[in-house]
Design a protein around this ligand. Sequence first.
Ligand code: 5AD
Ligand code: SF4
Length: 477
Amino acid sequence: MIDLQLTDKTHDEGRQGEALIVDAPKLLNARKLYIESYGCQMNFADSEIVASILLDQGFETTGNYQEADAIFINTCSIRENAEQRVRNRLSQFGIEKRKNPKLIVGVLGCMAERLKSKFLEEEKLVDLVVGPDAYRDLPQLIEQVGDGQKAINVLLSREETYADISPVRLNGNGITAFISIMRGCDNMCSFCVVPFTRGRERSRDPHSILAEAQDLQDRGYKEVTLLGQNVDSYKWKGTAEAEDGAEIMVNFAQLLEKVALISPELRVRFSTSHPKDITDEVLHTIQKYDNICNNIHLPVQSGSSRVLDLMNRTYTREWYINRIDAIRNIIPDCAISTDIIAGFCSETEEEHQETLSMMDYVGYDFAFCFSYSERPGTMAARKLEDDIPEDVKKRRLQEILLKQQTTSHYRLQKSVGKTVRILVEGFSKKSDKDLCGRNDQNAMIVFPAAENVKPGQYVNVIIERCTSATLLGRITA
Ligand code: 5AD
Ligand code: SF4
């Protein structure tokens, strides 16, 4: 059996354990914070909010946990193995804690929210447990730990969006940045822990989103990614200063347009879309503006209407296909990526085949593929039996991964011979003689560096060949 691994940029515990080093100002006599993030982009964005809150408290960040006064780990609960990785990491930090009892070890994010005070009982070396809506309380909680107590705040909020907090850009390339536009999730997908760990859905004030995007543009950033668990249900009702305080409503299509209008040089991406909510209005907006990238992440989860119903996805196979057809009609060169779960409760062999045939129909550019992992407290855990044997789940996942690898390669090959405009992000991971960047469709392109080409610039590259995940080319006029 082939062991294929696809890592998920949006949601996966595959992207993990990145220590965040800051372009933040250095402080005199600062305490040092080491923060490591797991899970989705949202979690990485949250770590930037945490760093900002703690910067005000005299903490600067470090990339070396051995010199830290506080180690925070921003955790993910989406699948069991995500949690296991965090626990392994915590035992490593425990060694530091034994050496230096003054060191503060904090667990933030989804696992903190899921396990609450159980965390303090299970992991004796943890001092601090803070859920995703309680980061403003961190200064006071840290003080409490300084007084020798354990500290916890896992209250979820219906309002918190951290709208007024200007994130400290961590680990940044100074070119691309995330902007959270909403928090929480109101969809009750039966497999998913997110509504329990991140609470109710709420949209952030568009003025603060636009101000953040404008600030990034002013500081030379060239790409922003608008983040939410379900961006298509973004909805904000409030007053508009420019219109004498009149009441306005802003939906996702309108927000997207407002961000795109900041500058044609600022690329706009977004994630994640939901098949039940993505509207033609959003698709027409993407089509209308060159700087809104032609790339939609539209998780399908399964190709079978019966399984989709058990998952409580609230759409059918036919509905999903209708949305794909709409994307293809309105934005012909749009890249489409997805999430797929193999071996959900009671999935038959025929239903698994329906997922494979859906993949053939859509021809995804990229897919994040997982085998089903039961999460305590979810609707599926309470009502459905996790009855697909592990070896069957694994085999189905391999079939899905193999199909995706073939399709991804096929789609990349279609670019060979074409000239594409890319935003240079930096040097390639493998060689400092090569630069890399992404095209509109989010494919990574590697090409030989040139004297006059710097990260942050747009260049045209002619694609000469491709590997299974990367396009290779050279700069052209
Ligand atoms: N088991 C496996 N995969 C899951 N996902 C979410 N919950 C689970 C679970 N319990 C996947 C879905 C989702 C992505 C973020 O993670 O595909 O879209
Ligand atoms: Fe993981 Fe929480 Fe992000 Fe879900 S919302 S992917 S559980 S970090």
